[in-house]
Design a protein around this ligand. Structure first.
Ligand code: GLA
Length: 379
């Protein structure tokens, strides 16, 4: 991929890139919508991601191109006007520049920029965080700066919240920034504080991407965010992480039924993340798998961010041999299901799941057998 990107950069801009970086996509392992509620979450960086090649320019012009789109977007340096339509992908690097400035970090006055990806887009694997991290790393390095990793991660979340306009937590950017091969990233989102937890040997991840709409930007995600904040307000806490489970019973009658369900999901999910860390440290994969599937059931019944397609995949997967557990991964409302399996789970078994899905829904999900990977890095 590095050589391909180098070649595309040369073909587009007629010169060599000065820097090439890669930032991974991520699996949300467990901790569904816990991040912006101040809770803990576990994710894994995966071996698919976004590459950015960049070279500074001296004439103050910004030129941006992507392997996924035709044409070059040519801008006067400093022009942070938001784009819509075919060039709206540039809002990610532009949002990052805006955020880096807000964080007091400089970018080169002019640059040529080329992005490429081998990450399925809109699958709930955080292609947006990957392009943000890759852009932030390339731009800061090209300006001669080496900001601390948590600063880079926070700037990228800032870009998503304030420029792209999604009220996301820090999971996606945190995992893309702090990922480590053969590890999960644990984030205590209150700090935020980032740690890695070793992944027991013999664990495999399979992703089933339904290609159904991932409606993050469509407001359903924002609606869940609002519902959680409203529940926290009624419970008398700043964020739901501060509310013990008993608070729900104590607030009976004051919490609307929908708010109660959302809050119960978050509070119980926080407990599941902590239990998952303990089970991982004990190497108890059966318990980890059960927690993953329980997380999905809670998304399905309480947080109501699953879909019939995702539920079908989870039901089919957990009835398939060598699967420890399965759940939707990411914001929900479509996207992908992740299964944690032993090494004995095979392409034939995955194809069986896909065939059953096709019989019911008339389309085949994409299957991705993925490994964990390191976080954003200069290549
Ligand atoms: C999306 C958001 C994350 C997180 C998950 C749900 O991926 O970007 O911040 O909230 O949804 O857990």
């Amino acid at each position: 991929m590095k050589a391909v990107l180098q070649e595309k950069f040369r073909a587009t801009f007629g010169r060599e890139p000065a820097i090439i970086v890669r930032a991974p996509g991520r699996i949300e392992f467990i901790g569904n919508h816990t991040d912006y509620n101040g809770g803990p979450v576990l994710g894994a960086a995966i071996d698919r991601g976004v590459w950015v090649a960049l070279a500074p320019r001296t004439d103050g012009v910004w030129q941006l191109a992507s392997a996924q789109k035709d044409g070059v977007v040519r801008l006067r340096g400093g022009d942070l006007t938001k784009h819509s339509g075919a060039t709206s992908w540039v809002n990610y690097p532009l949002g990052v520049i805006d955020a880096l400035r807000a964080f007091g970090l400089g970018v080169p006055p002019g640059f040529d920029y080329f992005a490429g990806s081998d990450l399925p887009l809109g699958a709930g694997l955080s292609s947006s965080a990957a392009i943000e991290l890759a852009s932030a790393l390339a731009l800061t390095r090209a300006a001669g700066a080496e900001p601390a990793r948590d600063v880079l991660v926070k700037a990228c979340r800032h870009a998503e919240n304030h420029f792209v306009g999604v009220p996301c937590g820090i999971l996606d950017q945190g995992v893309s920034g702090f990922g480590r091969r053969n590890h999960l990233v644990f984030i205590d989102c209150r700090g935020p504080r980032f740690e890695v937890v070793p992944l027991p040997e013999g664990v495999h991840f399979w992703i089933f991407n339904t290609h159904t709409k991932h409606a993050l930007v469509d407001g359903l995600y924002a609606a869940r965010h609002r519902e959680c904040m409203e529940a926290a307000r009624v419970l008398g806490v700043g964020l739901l992480v501060e509310a013990p489970l008993g608070a729900l019973a104590a607030a009976a009658g004051r919490l609307a039924p929908v708010a109660e369900k959302r809050a119960r999901h978050i509070i119980e999910e926080i407990g599941r993340v902590d239990a998952t860390v303990r089970a991982l440290r004990a190497g108890d994969l059966t318990s980890v798998g059960r927690l993953l599937t329980a997380s999905h059931r809670s998304s399905q019944m309480l947080f109501e961010n699953s879909t019939p397609e995702l539920d079908f995949l989870v039901d089919t997967l957990v009835a398939t041999p060598h699967v420890f557990g399965a759940r939707l991964t990411g914001g929900g409302f479509g996207g992908a299901v992740m299964a944690m399996t032993s090494a004995a789970f095979s392409p034939a078994l995955a194809a069986g799941v896909a065939a059953a899905y096709e019989q019911t829904f008339g389309a085949r999900p994409d299957i991705l057998h993925t490994l964990t990977a390191d976080g954003a890095q200069v290549l």
